[in-house]
Design a protein around this ligand. Structure first.
Ligand SMILES: NC(=O)c1ccc[n+]([C@@H]2O[C@H](COP(=O)([O-])OP(=O)(O)OC[C@H]3O[C@@H](n4cnc5c(N)ncnc54)[C@H](O)[C@@H]3O)[C@@H](O)[C@H]2O)c1
Length: 92
């Protein structure tokens, strides 16, 4: 199951499984989707990923990437999911 707000993604890119359209900040919706689809492992790629933009608009990145990740972790705890693969960054 793919959970994406499609802000920078494309519906057509979801070629296997289902798409749940939503934002990481919608913790309740995310937790419900994790439970409904019986998710056992999360692979976390939902973030803004442009280094230049992160420098010109750091608040956007702080809110979406840090805030979004915290919301995801809370939703996982709520849904009883305890495994996550975090993609981090190619810049590290
Ligand atoms: N592209 C790379 O080479 C690379 C390498 C290592 C790590 N990463 C990391 O992987 C992650 C994704 O990178 P990408 O290149 O696939 O970016 P991308 O922009 O192609 O994909 C990110 C996806 O996340 C979605 N998204 C963003 N914020 C969201 C939110 N709040 N709620 C729900 N969906 C949201 C977007 O709509 C998009 O579909 C980033 O954290 C990036 O740093 C990327």
């Amino acid at each position: 199951m793919v959970f994406d707000n499609l802000s920078r993604g494309h519906r057509a890119a979801v070629r296997w499984g289902s798409l749940v359209e939503g934002d990481l900040a919608e913790r309740g919706k995310l937790a419900a989707a994790l439970e409904r689809h019986r998710v056992s492992v999360v692979m976390h790629f939902a973030a803004h990923a442009y280094v230049g933009e992160s420098v010109t608009d750091p608040a956007l990145y702080y809110a979406n990437n840090l805030g979004g990740s915290l919301s995801l972790l809370e939703a996982m705890r709520e849904a009883g999911v305890d495994k996550i693969v975090f993609s981090s960054t190619c810049a590290t």
